[in-house]
Design a protein around this ligand. Structure first.
Ligand SMILES: NC(=O)c1ccc[n+]([C@@H]2O[C@H](COP(=O)([O-])OP(=O)(O)OC[C@H]3O[C@@H](n4cnc5c(N)ncnc54)[C@H](OP(=O)(O)O)[C@@H]3O)[C@@H](O)[C@H]2O)c1
Length: 382
């Protein structure tokens, strides 16, 4: 039995991970779950999966939770407890599915404690990629991708036994989001409800907005750079609205491999949870005759966050941390109707100009920078 701990259990990835567990009760046991605001969902999941530990952000949430749960489920409270949770639960595989950078400290601590990771929260790898990759190498910790594009690349790389020197190019596909086919749209008038309506995937609100701006693909390029240790010059993006091909790898011998499948995140989640084995599942299967597949180059004039992310990734240092922190704060400002859709790019750009000379050399300085950038954007640049 693999002992699983899920940080961000109440979210889209967390809930789909629990669905995978439901399919394989003989293989997985859930030992830890965390939630943030959706305490009623967390209670429901605890009653179904009976974890040893559950994490909530504050004492109010803890009161609500403990009133409903059996006494043998331990309730951990506050940010410090999130950092130690995976170790306390004696976790075999930690699923990182908290949106944004809120799990930076917990993710880094888990790697240093040699806990294998199934990674959904790309923002953590974008913000602290060098440190996380170094820690993963030093402690021999596998980082298994949950993002569908990276899971696809991981599968293609089996062709060369994951030897990256055989790779000529990696192409991440992007659906293009809801506005790809609307060139005459007035970006200032786009509402949060319109931006979160993703044509192919059902996801949390933040990643849905990131898909609509194409920032999601920019973050994923940086994620790929760190996960696979591949140069930015070998990374590219194609718009593929059908979301059937999840990524393509071209090898130096002329072979190109593309990974395909239905747009269902439970497939890459199960891949990460069962790796290196492959297991039977009940998910929908792909019927290629139902699709016409198209691929086009991204338009970075209309979607400038993609290029900005690549520039920050190539520059390195503190820029990727500023990029993802500013984007996260700006996206929530947009979702809260405080700024327009078109202002997301403007705020990320302004934050990069404002903080670009900041130095980051350890996880504490990255967390500090992340906090200050988010406060600055949320306060309107004060
Ligand atoms: N959804 C997808 O299909 C998909 C695909 C690929 C990659 N990803 C990545 O996976 C991550 C999660 O995405 P999602 O779509 O699952 O997001 P989501 O549905 O918004 O869920 C986010 C999770 O994080 C928790 N959370 C939010 N803020 C928190 C905080 N400050 N401290 C602790 N926990 C907090 C939420 O708890 P409450 O709900 O209880 O408030 C929830 O459990 C993101 O990094 C995203 O880019 C998602």
């Amino acid at each position: 039995m693999k002992r699983l701990c899920i940080l961000g259990a109440t979210g889209s990835i967390g809930q789909q991970s629990l669905d995978v567990v439901r399919q394989h009760p003989d293989q997985f046991t859930v030992v830890g779950l965390s939630g943030h605001r959706n305490i009623s969902q967390l209670i429901q999941d605890c009653l179904e999966f009976r974890p040893e530990c559950v994490h909530v952000p504050d004492s109010l949430a803890a009161q609500k939770l403990t009133a409903e749960l059996p006494k043998n489920i331990r309730c951990l409270v506050g940010p410090e407890a999130l950092i130690s949770m995976a170790q306390e639960c004696r976790t075999d595989l930690l699923i990182l599915a908290i949106v944004g950078t809120a799990s930076l400290a917990a993710s880094y601590a888990a790697i240093c404690a040699r806990i294998p990771i199934a990674l959904a929260c790309k923002e953590v790898l974008v913000s602290a990629g060098s440190l996380i990759q170094k820690a993963a190498r030093d402690y021999g910790v596998p980082l298994l991708p949950i993002d569908s594009e990276h899971a696809a690349i991981h599968q293609c790389l089996a062709y060369v036994q994951h030897d990256i020197t055989h790779v000529r190019r990696m192409t991440l596909t992007a659906s293009g989001g809801p506005f790809w086919n609307q060139p005459n749209l007035d970006w200032a008038t786009i509402t949060p409800d319109e931006a979160v309506k993703h044509p192919q995937w059902s996801m949390g609100k933040k990643i849905s907005v990131d898909s609509a701006t194409l920032m999601n693909k920019g973050l994923e390029l940086i994620e790929a750079h760190y996960l696979f240790d591949i140069a930015y010059e070998k990374l590219s993006v194609l718009i593929h609205p059908q979301s059937v091909v999840h990524s393509i790898v071209d090898f130096v011998d002329g072979v190109s491999l593309a990974q395909m499948g239905p747009a269902d995140m439970r497939i890459p989640i199960q891949y990460a949870l069962t790796y290196p084995e492959s297991q039977q599942a009940q998910w929908p299967t792909l019927n290629l005759h139902e699709h016409t597949l198209t691929f086009t180059q991204p338009d970075t004039t209309r979607f400038p966050l993609l290029d900005l992310a690549i520039t920050c990734g190539k520059h390195g240092g503190g820029l990727p941390s500023i990029l993802t922190a500013a984007n996260e704060a700006a996206v929530y400002q947009f979702l809260n109707h405080a700024i327009g859709f078109d202002a997301i790019y403007a705020w990320v750009n302004r934050a990069i100009e404002h903080f670009q000379h900041e130095k980051v050399d350890d996880i504490a300085s990255i967390i500090d920078l992340d906090t200050r950038v988010k406060q600055w954007v949320t306060a309107g640049g004060q």
